[in-house]
Design a protein around this ligand. Structure first.
Ligand SMILES: Cc1ncc(COP(=O)(O)O)c(C=O)c1O
Length: 437
């Protein structure tokens, strides 16, 4: 495998140039890592090539979007055909109807859907819908969950005055946003007893994938659902990561829990920009033009993204067995990582589910944001570097997740396991040297 990340002059040159026109050379903060990111030239399957001709096995996979792999033929062919017929009509199309019907068949809560463009847009409007429907002000979210970069889900009531100013959060938004620990239904029950009659919605990532990977404990999502019902608050599943990845019907299908509203993006179109708000018809009916809640977007339901989503979901529908195949490979990689942790005497653990995993350098069981933060993030950075040198690209932050795709075959999985073992050997040596000093 050609991998010489240490010597990557073209990426360095592009980074210096990019930094003159873009903040720190990137358009989204997570793409930056020290001293500078590699710049991508092309990608196919599970492999990414950079501008210095280094090749990496990708475990970032568009932060979960690319379940079928980069440049997946069925999707690319469909998009290419559509491109010749135009890219934006701003009037409805038959494909939009087909996609909406397909979404209704796949997603248990989808009595009605509205297409938008990004995950952030979907969660923002889902919260507006919940507020308009319930005519209540407050929302509950969970520490460590991420729902996109907008005030409604970045705010928290316990923010200091200074922090509110730094993060441009208005007092009204912060004061109406309660943040509770994940995997702790009693904390929700207590909060609802105090102020449940003004809680419009409880929004949750059914599997937390933004504090590393943290699956829900047995019965947790069911408790959330029954508490919401008791207090007349809506339950919003943010399935931007889990939708079409955990199962065709997302976490709703996987855990057999139906929320009132759910949001989808990422794996819904295998790398094209489209998102969806799905939910109960009576709730979704608050949206204009039927209801009074205005929500609109020039690019919503554009024919390119709709075509990509139709091709993706049709493929997933016809090849459902791919979910168990990818999960088996993920399980095999996790057991290789567990062995490598033990063989190298490291204090670390792996959380995993379906096609997702994350390593934490901690002795504690990772079940919420607080325990995720107990992980040694310096060691994680060394792990990231040790893998990058070997041509394996994982997300650069401890608080992200590694994603497998259909293109990560058995050979790739075996060689990744061996690379992780070598990376852990390097870490062990670093830990031993540090211990002697
Ligand atoms: C669970 C979750 N919700 C929402 C978002 C925001 O999605 P987008 O980046 O498409 O705006 C993300 C992004 O990573 C996410 O992980």
């Amino acid at each position: 495998m050609n991998s010489k990340y240490i010597d990557n002059d073209n990426s360095r040159g592009l980074f210096e140039r990019a930094s003159r026109s873009m903040i720190k050379g990137v358009n989204s903060p997570i793409r930056y890592f020290e001293p500078y990111p590699f710049f991508v030239k092309r990608a196919r399957g599970c492999k990414v090539h950079d501008v210095d001709n280094n090749q990496y096995i990708d475990y970032c996979m568009g932060y979960g979007a690319l379940l079928l792999g980069h440049a997946f033929k069925a999707v690319i062919d469909a998009v290419r055909e559509q491109l010749a017929r135009g890219s934006l009509y701003c009037m409805p199309t038959e494909q939009e109807v087909e996609l909406a019907e397909l979404l209704q068949r796949c997603i248990p809560c989808a009595e009605a859907v509205r297409l938008v463009n990004t995950g952030m847009e979907a969660t923002y409007h889902a919260i507006r819908i919940a507020r308009a429907y319930t005519r209540r002000r407050k929302i509950v979210r969970f520490d460590g969950c991420y729902h996109g970069s907008h005030d409604y889900t970045l705010a928290r009531r316990d923010m200091s005055r200074e922090e509110r100013m730094d993060k441009a959060i208005l007092d009204g938004v912060a004061d109406n946003t309660l943040v509770l620990p994940y995997n702790d239904p009693d904390a929700l029950m207590d909060a609802m007893r105090r102020e449940g009659d003004d809680v419009a919605a409880v929004i949750v990532e059914p599997v937390m994938a933004n504090a590393g990977l943290i699956p829900p404990e047995d019965g947790y999502l069911g408790r959330l659902s029954s508490i919401c019902r008791e207090y007349g608050s809506l339950l919003i599943f943010d399935e931007v990561v889990t939708g079409f990845r955990l199962a065709l019907g997302g976490a709703e299908e996987y855990y057999n829990i139906k929320p009132d509203i759910a949001t989808f993006a990422k794996a819904m179109a295998n790398g094209f920009a489209i998102a969806c708000i799905a939910g109960r018809r009576d709730v979704m009916s608050v949206l204009a033009p039927e209801g009074r809640l205005y929500q609109g977007s020039t690019f919503a339901g554009n024919p390119i993204s709709v075509t990509a989503s139709l091709a993706t979901i049709r493929y997933l529908t016809r090849h459902r067995s791919l979910y168990s195949r990818i999960a088996r490979r993920c399980g095999e990689l996790v057991s290789m990582i567990d062995d490598a942790i033990e063989d190298n005497g490291l204090t670390a653990r792996v959380n995993s589910i379906a096609s997702m995993l994350q390593v934490f350098f901690t002795s504690r069981e990772v079940r919420d944001h607080a325990t995720a933060r107990s992980s040694n993030t310096e060691l994680f950075k060394a792990y990231f570097r040790a893998l990058l040198k070997q041509g394996i690209f994982i997300p650069p932050s401890q608080f992200e997740v590694c994603f497998l795709s259909l293109a990560h075959d058995d050979t790739i999985i075996r060689s990744t396991g061996e690379s992780i073992d070598r990376a852990f050997r390097e870490l062990r040596e670093q830990v031993e040297v540090a211990g002697r000093q």
